[in-house]
Design a protein. Sequence first.
Length: 218
Amino acid sequence: MALQLGDQFPNFTADTTTGKIDFHEWAGNSWVILFSHPADFTPVCTTELSAVARLVPEFTKRNVKPIALSCDSAESHRQWIADIKDYGKLGEFSYPIIDDEDRTLAVRLNMLDKDEIGSAGLPLTCRAVFVIDPSKKLRLSLLYPATTGRNFTEILRVIDSLQLTDKMRVATPADWTPGQWCMVQPSVKEEDLATMFPGGVTKVDLPSGKQYLRKTTP
């Protein structure tokens, strides 16, 4: 059964490029982005892991630990890292890649793409993205096909939104980026606006006459 947003993300143990881990213990009190890949030594995956390696300082600023998964062995992953570093002109590669050679986690976490079959005749792992918060709850789930690389700048933007809306009773509008205005959540009562948003709230006049669109800058 597919995980739903708000579900407790299942714990697991796995071998990785940095050794054996207990996932919940490894995550600790951090947020986590877990992202999967069809196979090692493949073109799109190489660009993606390189992109995330470059963004590690941005993830660290947000208390986020990245971890990748690919349906090959940890030893294969270690050999692949040399290519990833060379392609991205990286001095280091500082996050783990999970060994899922037998596809145990890919099946358990519903990551398989039935329309993409590998050379062994098995479905490839799709490009899944899971964002998990420090309480181990699933907060974001994305599934890309094997042929489409991900936009990790967008994933950082979503994490910024999740972390902001955890702290304040706001929602972020279309194409929002940090520092821009947000919308006050509809559940916030009129009498609480001044206390909760001392910087002010702007109400947008709409043809319906309903003032549900209330803007504020956090």
